[in-house]
Ligand binder design. Structure first.
Ligand SMILES: [Mg+2]
Length: 399
């Protein structure tokens, strides 16, 4: 490969949660294993042995059990998955700092500046992960995020696909439209109905026409369909992806109920973004800054990722009280949500009796998001919104 071409690798672990469980416990290897909730649960990850029985993700665990009575169902252990994830990406960091971690088991790395041939490096990383972590990964190698990502997913598991420079278009064009980033099931259906089932057909459609089908996404979609993608690898370095908000008060605050309401409102705002991005998060950080500018903070990780603010309201109050160590008034509070997970399958974990209620709360959250998007935040008020409506309390010294 010529050095003036970009060489990007997309790495995607195969059946990650289930694979980690099998790696961590040799008795599970070669067996049908699912990670998910037992009773009303959903399968979030299934080993390839389980998939042979027709088990897919997400699928109700009850149904998976019917397909495969000997299925071993394990609750999620996210601390373990995150540990494996860090180890997995550490093998990429051995070769380049240009690593973009997109989710717990997916990321890109840029080998353009690495002297050794990219295929050799990608193979070394894959083999090291397989040998030391006992998990299988798929890799796609190409000149852009677009082709490397598709290449890694096209023939899983243990895929190793190279799209050589110049062959991007011939690689993309025979594929169904749903392989293009941003084409979800609904868009795919609309494109299919318009006779644009293949990427080749999308590529040949004028942008204006595409606009009638997909709106503002048309120019980007058209570029992708023609193999054009200059999105860079953004090293996930120091500030890892997170959602955060802070508020500085006009007057130093000592009113815990008010501060609590502020944090809950922040959670409302931030989780709406988390949902809009189809993510979930597992770690919360509450920080306070005192009137002398000293700061204290606490972080807590949930047992399982969530995309619902209603899951964390009471925890936020507890965290505020833990963070507020000194008996000093507060000038600023902030909330950060980090440790991102992809998609909505994971929050269904580990599904207990509360699952049905969670489903209802998630639907409600979707409705609230839509209403607030259209009419503004105040169309729906929760308890803390009324607290905040009274305005910032005047300073009163701590008792
Ligand atoms: Mg994966």
């Amino acid at each position: 490969m010529n050095p003036w071409f970009h060489s990007l690798v997309h790495l995607d672990a195969d059946a990650f949660f289930a694979a980690v469980e099998q790696a961590a416990d040799s008795r599970l290897r070669g067996k049908p294993v699912a990670v998910g909730g037992e009773k009303r649960g959903i399968v979030a990850s299934a080993s390839y042995e389980a998939r042979r029985f027709g088990i897919e993700t997400p699928m109700p665990t009850v149904r998976a059990r019917k397909l495969c009575p000997q299925l071993i169902v394990l609750p999620g252990d996210f601390d373990k998955y995150e540990r494996f994830s860090r180890w997995m990406f550490s093998y990429a960091y051995d070769f380049t700092p240009d690593v973009e971690i997109c989710s717990i088991d997916e990321g890109y790395f840029d080998l353009t500046a690495v002297r050794r041939p990219p295929l050799e490096v990608a193979a070394t990383i894959r083999d090291a992960i397989r040998q030391s972590l006992k998990i299988s990964v798929s890799e796609g190698i190409g000149t852009s995020k677009l082709v490397s990502q598709i290449a890694s997913k096209l023939r899983k598991p243990a895929a190793f696909e190279f799209v050589s420079p110049g062959s991007e278009v011939s690689f993309l064009h025979p594929l169904p439209n749903r392989w293009l980033p941003g084409v979800g099931p609904k868009t795919a259906e609309r494109l299919d109905a318009a006779g644009l089932a293949l990427i080749r057909q999308v590529a040949a459609t004028p942008v204006d026409w595409l606009g009638l089908l997909v709106g503002g996404a048309a120019p980007q979609l058209h570029r992708f369909a023609n193999g054009i993608d200059d999105r860079p690898v953004v090293p996930a370095s120091q500030p890892a992806k997170s959602y955060s908000q802070q508020e500085t008060f006009a007057q130093d605050q000592t009113d815990e109920a008010y501060l609590d309401a502020v944090l809950q409102r922040m959670a409302d705002n931030l989780f709406a973004k988390v949902r809009a991005d189809a993510k979930s998060i597992r770690t919360l950080t509450v920080k306070v800054r005192y009137n002398d500018f000293a700061e204290d903070q606490v972080s807590e990780s949930l047992v399982e990722p969530t995309d619902l603010e209603t899951d964390v309201y009471t925890r936020l109050n507890r965290m505020l009280r833990r963070a507020w160590r000194r008996r000093v008034s507060i000038r600023l509070v902030s909330l950060k949500l980090s440790n991102l997970y992809d998609g909505l399958a994971h929050p269904e974990l580990p599904l207990d009796r509360a699952t049905v209620q969670r489903g209802a709360r998630r639907r409600l959250a979707g409705i609230v998001d839509a209403l607030r998007h259209q009419y503004g935040h105040d169309i729906l008020m929760r308890g803390h919104d009324f607290v905040l409506r009274r305005g910032e309390p005047a300073f009163s010294p701590l008792q």
